[in-house]
Design a protein around this ligand. Structure first.
Ligand SMILES: [Zn+2]
Length: 172
């Protein structure tokens, strides 16, 4: 293990946020996440299940939810599956919908997503400089309500190359 890895492990071995309230769920977190200090030193954090913004107080999230305009992740739907589930426990018909979110155009949403994800992923390292990523958000929708299920992301290599070329051009 090199010095950088040791330093990272030392800084992040202590879980900062113990629990989150995410919609109607109370969820115990697993790992440290680098939320801004005034939020990261809370034992309990409230996270909007629609836009993923984070708040310290219950009254703040309640006020936020009355005016939150996000009903689903921002922009493109790229996949919809309305096939009824074969699982007997699923009584309400639900659709699986995947959204494609470009971090360059939805920076705040994607930063909030990364901070949220880090609560459950030990080795995630990108949180703020994410403009070269595209995120695919898996949701489950029923009765017009969209529920976050998970996500994955990929790097856009062409965008990195263009940024490097601009940087090199500016340096020279
Ligand atoms: Zn919201």
């Amino acid at each position: 293990m090199n010095e950088l890895e040791k330093d990272y492990q030392e800084k992040t071995k202590m879980k900062n946020i113990e629990q989150i309230i995410f919609g109607s769920f109370e969820i115990n977190t697993w790992y440290f996440s680098p939320y801004p200090e005034e939020y990261g030193n809370q034992k309990l954090l409230y996270i909007c299940e629609n836009c993923l913004k984070y708040m310290k107080k219950k009254k703040s999230i309640m006020k936020h939810q009355t005016k939150c305009t996000f009903k689903h992740p921002p922009v493109e739907v790229i996949y919809v599956d309305s096939t009824p589930s074969i699982l007997p426990i699923q009584e309400i018909p639900k659709s699986i919908v995947i959204y494609e979110v470009d971090a360059a155009n939805n920076k705040l949403y994607c930063q909030c997503l990364c901070l949220f994800a880090k609560l459950f992923l030990d080795h995630k390292t990108m949180y703020f400089d994410i403009s070269s990523f595209i995120f695919y958000i898996l949701t489950e929708e029923y009765k017009g309500k969209c529920n976050f299920v998970g996500y994955f992301s990929k790097v856009i290599l062409l965008r990195i190359r263009i940024c490097l070329m601009i940087t090199i051009y500016l340096v020279l």
